[in-house]
Design a protein around this ligand. Structure first.
Ligand SMILES: *[C@@H]1O[C@H](CO)[C@@H](O)[C@H](O)[C@H]1NC(C)=O
Ligand SMILES: *[C@@H]1O[C@H](CO)[C@@H](O)[C@H](O)[C@H]1NC(C)=O
Ligand SMILES: *[C@@H]1O[C@H](CO)[C@@H](O)[C@H](O)[C@H]1NC(C)=O
Ligand SMILES: *[C@@H]1O[C@H](CO)[C@@H](O)[C@H](O)[C@H]1NC(C)=O
Ligand SMILES: *[C@@H]1O[C@H](CO)[C@@H](O)[C@H](O)[C@H]1NC(C)=O
Ligand SMILES: *[C@@H]1O[C@H](CO)[C@@H](O)[C@H](O)[C@H]1NC(C)=O
Ligand SMILES: *[C@@H]1O[C@H](CO)[C@@H](O)[C@H](O)[C@H]1NC(C)=O
Length: 635
């Protein structure tokens, strides 16, 4: 999840001041527009009173049994050349494997002094001094078993059924997402070295209050359970599977010229093949916050002390980052371009330090990989970068300074990236005024960055309303000392409460509220400004762990169902009523997972029993799939 980071950014970086807010949904939306047909039986037309009558008693509610429809396999499609045909585009690679790091036994490595050998691998872990590298239940890939039909039976219909009658296009992308650090586990196994999220608890970036951080690095052991996980997703009818590849697994020493981990390549190769075998479509993210720790200098102390503008940084500003990431990205694209049609370079670069060198490195390495993919590899799939772009709305929409604050926020967090990548235009002034060390873009840069996204990928969670800071934006933007200026760098205030004293939507864990109507607002902002088909690449709703609840309660997650049905319904309205090209929706997440420091904030469409690592479908999964597939155009 990612709280998605935009909201995460709001919450972590700004004080949660509660202000009021006005109503944005026009009041004419009340009423019963779907009731135009009128009463159908026994009642006189235009009667305001029912007619009462007797009839013999009988039970009329009957259970019907409907089971999920698994995805259908499609003929194999090729999106690029096979690795053997393009490996000459990469530098000469050496390949090896390292096995598992175990702090108790690693002293046995005898190849001291050998570059990138076993001892070097152990020393990367030792320098990170990560406590509690626990191992989980599994240490080898688990063979899948078919999902029993009884697990695939639909729940009783939702009482508040959606009335939306619009259709999704036949080719609408509909899938689920997860990220390596949140699901894989096997943190020190099969050659992986530490990455930034392993230390979130020690850096204050965790999504848990201090002291409540969960250091269990087994996550949900998807590294070993991926076949069963894919089997379950295919069985319930999921077509698209969005996952991230762990950079520090593929290149344990991260940098160009260092050896490739053969076990990691085999793992992701097998994962992709299994996704295809089950009739699903892979969507690959190259990095999801999991910068190898080596790019921060290899120690937790560096991670703690090398903040930027007082903000947590995840290594993007390092002078070696760009070359290292491009080297890694080319390696992955060359290996899997033949089978993967959708590529995401970065997840939500809004998080992890918006600083001059970070933004510059991310934009340029994204564009270099875009050009490599299309121009050198000849890939025919699509490439994008995931924006963490949860909507903000003006707290008082009739007040121009509030409207300007909301627009400033969007320009700062969205246009900074999409101006260059979608339009070939310079950064907005909103960014340049706040980020004093921004790296100017030359005309040649703009031409190189221009048109390097094939679709807009946006992660949208809940909405905040924003208000202007005092004394003014320019004064806030000029003061980059986050200790004295808590509104830096966004320089707006945020709240989740309306002017009438109500929350904007039902509140679940941390910053997730059901604010589906504003999702449509944000889609309009993105479409009108950047004019690419939009895939909502993450959206979801976190519910708290209920200590006293039973598995049956866990599975009946009506609040999450309502969230998904509302959000998907608003995407349809966006397409049909606003003319926005909404090309896809990817739900976060396919199962409860490690939410950056916690297993208590659960976004899962499946419940996970962490004692047994068993997965159980929640009703929201059936409801979301049913909502889309019942409305998918056949032609
Ligand atoms: C690549 O590396 C291998 C082994 O290190 C070496 O034998 C080979 O000559 C190299 N090839 C090129 C093109 O440099
Ligand atoms: C290392 O030893 C400690 C203490 O016996 C134990 O708790 C821990 O599980 C061991 N770690 C691994 C990875 O085996
Ligand atoms: C930048 O990355 C390199 C590895 O390429 C590392 O040695 C160095 O310490 C990093 N610099 C900072 C400031 O973190
Ligand atoms: C608009 O909002 C600003 C900031 O909250 C406030 O100072 C100003 O009085 C408001 N203007 C009006 C006309 O209400
Ligand atoms: C922060 O602002 C000060 C004062 O304008 C400036 O000297 C400094 O370079 C800024 N920091 C960065 C990282 O740009
Ligand atoms: C960016 O591409 C558009 C066409 O999509 C073109 O009109 C514009 O001139 C380009 N800008 C730059 C800086 O290359
Ligand atoms: C999780 O599994 C354990 C072991 O089988 C069991 O005791 C526990 O009740 C399960 N929890 C739930 C909520 O089903």
């Amino acid at each position: 999840m990612d709280l998605k980071m935009p909201s995460k950014i709001q919450i972590l970086l700004q004080a949660g001041v509660v202000f009021a807010q006005q109503v944005y949904i026009p009041a004419n939306e009340t009423g019963r527009p779907y009731c135009t047909a009128g009463p159908t039986t026994t009642v006189q037309p235009n009667s305001s009173t029912p007619s009462y009558y007797f009839r013999p008693f009988s039970y009329t509610l009957t259970e019907t049994v409907r089971t999920a429809t698994p995805v259908e396999s499609l003929p194999a499609t090729t999106y690029g050349p096979a690795f053997t045909d393009v490996s000459h585009l990469l530098p000469n690679l050496s390949t090896t494997s390292w096995g598992n790091y175990n702090p108790n036994t690693s002293a046995t490595a005898t190849d001291d002094g050998v570059p990138y050998g076993q001892a070097a691998f152990s020393s990367v872990w030792a320098a990170a001094s990560l406590a509690d590298i626990t191992s989980g239940l599994y240490s080898t890939t688990v063979s899948p078993t078919p999902v029993p039909t009884k697990e695939l039976v639909y729940p009783p219909p939702l009482y508040f059924a959606p009335h939306n009658c619009y259709q999704f296009p036949k080719d609408f992308i509909f899938g689920v997402a997860g990220a390596a650090a949140q699901v894989e586990g096997a943190a020190a196994s099969e050659g992986r070295t530490p990455a930034v999220p392993d230390f979130f608890g020690q850096t204050g970036a965790a999504m848990m209050p201090e002291g409540a951080y969960d250091t269990d690095f087994t996550a949900i052991e998807n590294y070993y359970l991926y076949k069963q996980d894919i089997e379950r997703l295919a069985a319930i009818g999921m077509k698209h599977y969005s996952f991230s590849i762990a950079w520090s697994r593929v290149l344990p020493f991260a940098l160009p010229g260092t050896p490739v981990n053969s076990q990691a390549i085999e793992h992701y190769d097998d994962l992709i093949n299994f996704i295809l075998e089950k009739g699903m479509v892979p969507m690959v993210t190259l990095t999801h916050f999991d910068t190898p720790l080596i790019l921060i200098g290899g120690t937790v102390e560096n991670l703690l002390t090398r903040s930027y503008y007082g903000l947590f940084n995840i290594g993007y500003q390092n002078e070696t980052f760009q070359e290292a990431f491009v080297n890694y990205g080319k390696l992955i694209m060359a290996h899997f371009a033949d089978r993967v049609p959708y590529w995401i370079t970065f997840n939500e670069p809004q998080f992890g330090a918006i600083s001059g060198p970070s933004v510059d490195n991310i934009l340029k390495s994204h564009a270099r990989l875009y050009h490599f993919y299309h121009d050198e590899l000849g890939g025919s799939g699509q490439v994008s970068i995931k924006m963490g772009a949860s909507p903000v709305v003006p707290q008082v929409p009739t007040n121009q300074s509030h409207v300007e604050a909301a627009l400033h926020y969007n320009r700062f967090y969205i246009d900074t990236w999409l101006n260059p990548l979608a339009l070939g235009q310079d950064y907005p002034e909103d960014y340049k005024m706040a980020i004093q060390d921004y790296v100017p873009l030359t005309q040649a840069d703009l031409e190189f960055l221009n048109n390097t996204i094939d679709f807009l990928a946006v992660d949208i969670y809940s909405t905040s309303s924003v208000y202007p800071v005092v004394p003014d934006l320019a004064a806030c933007a000029a003061n980059n000392d986050t200790a004295s200026n808590p509104h830096y760098p966004s320089c707006v205030g945020t709240t989740h409460t309306t002017t009438t004293g109500w929350l904007m939507g039902p509140h679940a864990e941390y910053t997730t509220y059901t604010t589906a109507g504003y999702l449509r607002t944000q889609l309009q902002y993105l479409w009108s400004g950047f004019r690419r088909p939009i895939v909502v690449s993450e959206f979801g709703f976190a519910l708290a762990a209920g200590a006293a609840e039973t598995l049956d309660d866990e599975r009946l997650d009506v609040a999450r169902s309502e969230y998904y049905v509302a959000a998907l319904g608003e995407m349809l309205r966006s397409a049909w009523e606003d003319g926005v090209h909404v090309a896809g929706a990817v739900m976060w997440s396919w199962a409860d997972n490690w939410e950056w420091g916690s297993f208590a904030h659960r976004f899962g469409l499946q419940y996970v029993n962490r004692t047994t690592q068993e997965r159980f479908y929640r009703r929201s999964f059936f409801d979301a799939v049913d909502f889309v597939e019942a409305r998918r155009a056949r032609e």
